[in-house]
Design a protein around this ligand. Structure first.
Ligand SMILES: *Cc1c(COP(=O)(O)O)cnc(C)c1O
Length: 412
């Protein structure tokens, strides 16, 4: 299968792989440790490198490509809108934003949207909304609002977000940090109850921790958290930036437990990989704390982003991507769990967000990712010992079977 389809590139690049690497390294910051594949084209689940080699993308840009690379319908929306008007700023209105807001409300059940660009900005927006709600609605004394978060969280890389990270490296050298966050163990309902004070504004968490290693909380935890939050007048806000928009087999991961959050952050697949688009979605009550001038973004809610976002959401709905993720994910997880390998500690996940945790003696996940790359699969380690598998949700059953074969060969 891997060699069946020839390269899309008619003329291969004349620069060597090493030249691209040297260029990136010489003039770029050293804040990533990429696999040395130079991608120059992509379509659906496949990417091609500058040498014409083809790979199945099992990372999907950390779930930003749920719709697959270069989806034609989203591309059309981009091209069409880019010829009309791309940026108005929110100083003026545009003819795309209202429809986008409405669609976000329809898919989430939350009445109001505040669009931003990167995921981290959506999280920052959530934090600001939560705090202002605490002061204006709950009546917390000025500067006393607390937000409860979990160990092993990931919310992005701004100073305030890393202030509540429990990863040493994410904080190392970047202090001083933003106060107002309390950390409890992920999945621990009694710790949540014990951590709440009259100053607690919100419990903010990922329904499944993606960067943290595909960690699922105990069954029923989200529902318990909802009850505890309701009893204490504390907002429940989910970071669905990685888990949302179909990835885990539902539109949003909180739906697996029938929870109704007060707010969610989304990003990543909100554009199908074409453009940075994120949003904080919430209720009238919480979003109502924002008045003109309180918060904003030059590019947030621009007409190009809104048109792309609308098309990206339509693709998720029309192609029933959550349902595909549920079906193929269940199959893939059970097949992976049946692989006999001395290196596999545990296979876990939900939908097509899957982690293969390796044993401590396996020597780290990165070498296995390199071996997978040689077999035509792009996957990336998360933490030391976990291979994350998160292919585009448009993947077919036979492509899943091919991926499984390669993984079995590498891990056997
Ligand atoms: C990726 C991610 C973010 C940050 O998104 P960026 O677009 O990289 O800023 C926040 N939360 C979660 C759960 C994520 O996976």
């Amino acid at each position: 299968m891997q060699t069946a389809i020839p390269s899309k590139t008619s003329t291969h690049s004349d620069l060597s792989t090493q030249t691209y690497i040297d260029l990136e390294t010489a003039y770029g910051a050293n804040n990533y440790h990429p696999l040395d594949v130079i991608i120059s084209e992509a379509k659906g689940v496949w990417v091609w490198d500058t040498n014409g080699n083809k790979y199945l993308d099992c990372l999907s840009a950390y779930s930003a490509l749920n719709q697959g690379h270069c989806h034609p319908k989203i591309l059309q929306a981009l091209l069409h809108q880019a010829q009309k008007v791309t940026l108005t700023s929110r100083a003026f209105r545009n003819d795309q934003l209202g429809q986008f807001h409405k669609k976000l409300s329809q898919i989430s059940g939350l009445s109001k949207a505040l669009p931003m660009n990167s995921g981290a900005e959506a999280v920052e927006t959530a934090i600001k909304a939560i705090r202002k709600w605490a002061y204006q609605v709950k009546g917390v004394a000025a500067h006393q609002a607390e937000i409860i978060v979990c160990t092993n969280n990931f919310g992005g890389r701004t100073i305030s977000i890393i202030s509540f990270s429990t990863e040493e490296q994410y904080q190392d050298g970047f202090g001083p940090f933003t106060p107002g966050f309390k950390v409890i163990p992920y999945g621990d309902a009694s710790a949540l109850e014990a951590a709440i004070t009259p100053n607690t504004a919100a419990f903010f968490l990922e329904p499944i921790q993606g960067e943290g290693g595909i960690i699922l909380p105990p069954d029923g935890f989200l529902k318990q958290a909802e009850q505890i939050c309701r009893q204490n007048n504390v907002l429940l806000v989910f970071d669905e930036i990685q888990t949302g928009l179909g990835r885990t087999g539902k539109m949003f991961a909180f739906e697996h437990e029938g929870v109704k959050p007060d707010g969610i952050t989304i990003g990543k697949a909100l554009s199908g990989g074409f453009y940075p688009i994120s949003a904080f979605l919430s209720t009238d009550e919480v979003m109502g704390v924002f008045n003109p001038g309180d918060h904003g973004s030059t590019f947030g809610g621009n007409p190009l982003a809104a048109a792309i976002g609308l098309a990206a959401l339509d693709v998720i709905l029309e192609e029933e991507l959550p349902e595909r993720a549920a079906e193929l994910g269940e199959y893939m997880i059970s097949q992976l769990q049946s692989i006999q390998s001395p290196y596999i500690q545990e296979v876990r996940g939900r939908g097509l967000l899957i982690g293969i945790e390796l044993t401590v003696n396996a020597g780290g996940a990165r070498q296995f990712c390199k071996a997978l790359m040689k077999k035509g699969i792009l996957a990336k380690e998360t933490r030391e010992n976990i291979i994350r598998l998160a292919p585009p949700l448009v993947i077919t059953k036979s492509e899943v079977d091919w991926v499984l074969e390669q993984i079995e060969q590498v891990l056997a």
